[in-house]
Write a protein that binds this ligand. Structure first.
Ligand SMILES: Cc1cc2nc3c(=O)[nH]c(=O)nc-3n(C[C@H](O)[C@H](O)[C@H](O)COP(=O)(O)OP(=O)(O)OC[C@H]3O[C@@H](n4cnc5c(N)ncnc54)[C@H](O)[C@@H]3O)c2cc1C
Length: 494
């Protein structure tokens, strides 16, 4: 290891004299990019703000109690354990200095600056509330494990509160109404699963309420469901959703959200209020703010969703050593899907490796579309593969095989199959556990000025003397506990 001249004190020393690749993000782009460099003569440092890789397409199954969070979010460190040239560092990247080739990251007040020779930025996208960020308090999005667990708590919690209210003779319609905003694949899948939960899984579990009467409403401002799947598949999907009891409200723009419900506005100006305690926001994405940072330093324009324009080889103008991949990029109208991130990251890794070996540059990045699919309910899905349009059981089986293939890790595949068996063949849900903290922690953290950092001591604030006192207390307490047991003194009147 060698220290780097002219770097701030907090800079990480170079791991070796090898070419240093920094990868930002442990999602599809980050993980597949890092893996693609496993045979290259480089050191790879992956910096990500979570310790796991997240299989976002199955988040809705964690939210509705089918899968556990571990099955779709394996620890990145474990996934990369055998890749000796890869190091994983926890941290939220807050700055990228393209001039000095430095990445600054933070975790709970600890700062780290990491130098790079090549950089792959794969920080993905977040939820967009189209300028109404205050909706987030009452309508969580579906982007992270925290979101999915919070939604699980809210969904199952709503049934609990309804049972309680109904037992006291109260009207609980607002508790038994679930609204999903956004009729893209995520919204469709989420609405379908809540309907199955209410109308099939939970029917025997409550006494004061009938979960069969729960309303599940799918709302979208667009005139059809699943626009990217075309009009025909959209219509088919809507019919099947309605068949399993989902009410579909189209042309309905959400204009207000509060604790007890939301208001939608139609094109003709009419408004409608829906009383629903549980709202799920599955509409709109906004690229990671790191895109703006890169845009300011390179002049590369951002589109409306904050995605940065990249060169045809996925690099930034004037910075051939910096690649941006996945949901963050705006290139040739590529969709925000996992394959764009995976293929882009592999392309970037190959280019880095090729340059070190003196190979000629590759041809511009070309996306190979492997198709799209969305599940509606058990045994029903829609799929588009090339010109082929599939519906029903065949599409559902395809969905099953593809998702099994892409879930990371053998043990996760095995347990996911077991849990799918429980939910799809049986009527159960294996993961119904939820806690109060799951439901309220996000909002509580937001109310702290500096988020989670407010809850921990600053580095260096460790109080040696207090810790020594505490240790002495614990030792004395343990000695007394042991004495009481050894002398059979418990329960003896003092
Ligand atoms: C609910 C849902 C369902 C989806 N369903 C499908 C589907 O069925 N099929 C499909 O193809 N696609 C689907 N997608 C889209 C797909 O998941 C994304 O296109 C894909 O994840 C993009 O990969 P990425 O690497 O660009 O970003 P991500 O996979 O989102 O990874 C971003 C990574 O960057 C990290 N990160 C973010 N900011 C920072 C920072 N400042 N510092 C450090 N790390 C940071 C994140 O923690 C994460 O590890 C779905 C997405 C969602 C949300």
């Amino acid at each position: 290891m060698a220290a780097v001249d002219g770097m701030p004190d907090r800079a990480l020393v170079r791991r070796s004299d090898k070419h240093q690749v920094v990868v930002i993000g442990s999602g599809f782009g980050g993980l597949f990019g890092t893996k693609a460099l496993r045979r290259s003569d480089v050191d790879v440092t992956m910096i990500a703000k979570t310790t796991h890789h997240l299989f976002q397409p199955l988040l809705y199954q964690v939210a509705t109690g089918i899968l556990s969070e571990g099955e779709i979010a394996p620890p990145t460190r474990e996934v990369l354990a055998n890749q000796k040239n890869a190091q994983v560092l926890l941290g939220e990247v807050t700055d990228i200095d393209l001039e000095k080739r430095l990445v600054t990251s933070h975790v709970l007040g600890r700062e780290l600056v990491t130098p790079y020779d090549s950089l792959i930025v794969a920080a993905g996208a977040g939820q967009s509330y189209f300028g109404n960020d205050h909706f987030a308090e009452f309508a969580p999005g579906m982007k992270s494990i925290d979101d999915a667990l919070e939604l699980r708590g809210r969904i199952f919690g709503a049934f609990e509160m309804a049972e309680l209210g109904a037992s006291r003779g109260e009207n609980v319609d607002h508790l038994l109404t679930f609204v999903v905003v956004g009729a893209g694949p995520t919204g469709v899948e989420m609405a379908g699963q809540i309907a199955e939960l209410a109308h099939r899984t939970l029917t025997r579990d409550f006494r004061a309420i009938s979960t069969r009467h729960a309303r599940v409403i799918l709302v979208d401002a667009a005139p059809q469901v699943l626009p990217p799947f075309g009009a025909k598949l959209g219509k088919w999907t809507q019919e099947k959703l309605e068949k399993i009891g989902v009410e579909v409200m189209l042309g309905a723009l959400v204009s207000h959200v509060d604790e007890r419900g939301l208001v939608v506005k139609y094109k003709d100006g009419t408004q409608q209020r829906v009383d629903a305690v549980t709202k799920v926001w599955a509409a709109g994405v906004q690229a990671n703010p790191l895109g703006k940072l890169l845009s300011e330093q390179t002049g590369a324009p951002l589109d409306r969703a904050g995605r940065i324009s990249v060169n045809p080889d996925l690099t930034l103008p004037g910075h051939p050593e910096v690649f941006v991949v996945g949901d963050m990029i705006s290139l040739d109208n590529l969709p925000g899907v996992a394959q764009v991130a995976i293929q882009g990251a592999k392309y970037a890794a190959k280019e880095i490796d090729g340059r070190l070996k003196g190979h000629a540059p590759q041809k511009p990045f070309k996306y190979f579309d492997k198709g799209s699919m969305a599940i509606i309910s058990r045994f029903r899905a829609v799929a588009m593969v090339g010109k082929l349009r599939l519906t029903g059981v065949i599409a559902w089986l395809m969905w099953l095989v593809v998702h099994l293939f892409y879930i990371t890790g053998f043990k996760n595949r095995v347990t996911a199959v077991l849990h799918w068996f429980v939910s799809f063949i049986g009527t159960g849900r294996s993961e119904r556990t939820s806690t109060e903290q799951q439901i309220f922690a996000r909002v509580a953290l937001q109310r702290l000025e500096r988020g989670a950092t407010d809850l921990v001591s600053e580095p260096g604030e460790y109080d040696e003397a207090a810790q020594a006192r505490r240790r002495a207390e614990l030792e004395a307490q343990a000695a007394e506990e042991a004495r009481l047991s050894d002398e059979n003194a418990r329960g003896v009147k003092v």
